[in-house]
Design a protein around this ligand. Structure first.
Ligand SMILES: Nc1ncnc2c1ncn2[C@@H]1O[C@H](COP(=O)(O)OP(=O)(O)OP(=O)(O)O)[C@@H](O)[C@H]1O
Length: 301
């Protein structure tokens, strides 16, 4: 984790009342590295968005800490926190909700440039907007004067990505960035994220319930269940040789990510997993190494 741009170190977050707690994140640790994508996968409610919100500092950890380039954020001064905010950008699931319907695309990209690069004059700003739109493979002349409702879902998500790039981030957290898009344009957005990672050396956290797309974009994968990372490591190793019953369940739901795990074949495994959910306050099982860069937290016997 030492060369990670951003790291979570044993971060926990609990919601709800003391007599009925929801363990949304339990001792979660991972690092995001330049030029690499880490996929965080798990079904609805497993804690993926909580992890994103902790990174975006919308939530404060109950335990553990965030480190930015090795420095705990808790010790950061106002200047360092401002730098963190610019360095870590988010791309949301719903590109329409993320854009303001009353403003043009030009405005959406101009605003972060004005805030983070105040020295640019108007001509330089226009050139920067054109460059951003070209980078996300959109036609600047055509798109700049348009409003969000005039764009397709895929184009809107590209604008969200361009806006995130406007502040020269080092980390992008993409929370289900393609799940609301037509299947036909999903691949284009995933390819764009892959290009950004390669060309700009960005560290990407790709959050999804769809393990198939995780395989397409991520070098490393973490499987989250009931707030806990239960299996993690090299994507190919985890997906071709899954060890944790929950990872196997997720894989069994491919290619239909909307299928719930109601298949009777899995009822025994599910019962065991539900046991863990109910016992969430139990100490975490020891980590076991499967192969180099592939680990699991086995279920209790
Ligand atoms: N602000 C909150 N207050 C209370 N409970 C919360 C809050 N945020 C999340 N939770 C609970 O924490 C658990 C994890 O939620 P989270 O949204 O992180 O899961 P998720 O894996 O991102 O799910 P989804 O894919 O549906 O967004 C859930 O049980 C959720 O109800």
């Amino acid at each position: 984790m030492s060369d990670a741009i951003l790291a979570l170190d044993n971060v926990s977050k609990t919601f709800g009342r003391a007599d009925n707690p929801v363990y949304a994140a339990r001792s979660v640790s991972f690092g995001l590295h330049a030029g690499r994508t880490l996929a965080l996968v798990g079904e609805s409610g497993s804690g993926k968005t909580t992890a994103a919100r902790l990174i975006m500092r919308e939530y404060t950890p109950d335990e553990g800490q965030l480190l930015f380039r090795g420095t705990p954020l808790g010790k950061a001064n106002a200047k360092a926190l401002k730098a963190y905010r610019a360095s870590v950008q988010m791309v949301f699931q719903d590109p329409f909700a993320a854009l303001n319907p009353t403003h043009t695309i030009r405005y959406h990209l101009e605003r972060p440039l004005r805030l983070h690069q105040p020295k640019l004059n108007s001509k330089e700003r226009t050139a920067a907007i054109e460059e951003l739109l070209t980078r996300v493979k959109l036609d600047p002349a055509l798109l700049m004067p348009k409003y969000p409702h005039e764009l397709s879902g895929g184009q809107r998500q590209r604008i969200s990505i361009a806006r995130a790039l406007a502040v020269n981030p080092q980390v992008i957290v993409a929370d289900e960035p393609t799940s609301m898009l037509d299947v036909s344009v999903r691949l284009g957005v995933l390819n764009l994220l892959n290009d950004m990672k390669a060309q700009l050396g960005l560290a990407l956290l790709y959050i999804t319930h769809d393990i198939a797309t995780a395989r397409y974009v991520a070098e490393d994968i973490m499987v989250m269940y009931a707030g806990q990372i239960v299996e993690w490591g090299d994507t190919e190793s985890v997906l071709t040789n899954p060890q944790h019953p929950y990872t196997r369940l997720l894989l069994s739901a491919v290619p239909d990510p909307d299928r719930r795990f109601s298949d009777t074949r899995f009822s025994e495994e599910l019962n065991r997993i539900e046991f863990i959910r109910r016992q969430s306050a139990l100490p975490q099982p020891e980590t076991r190494e499967v192969t180099k860069n592939h680990f699991i937290r086995p279920m209790p016997e």
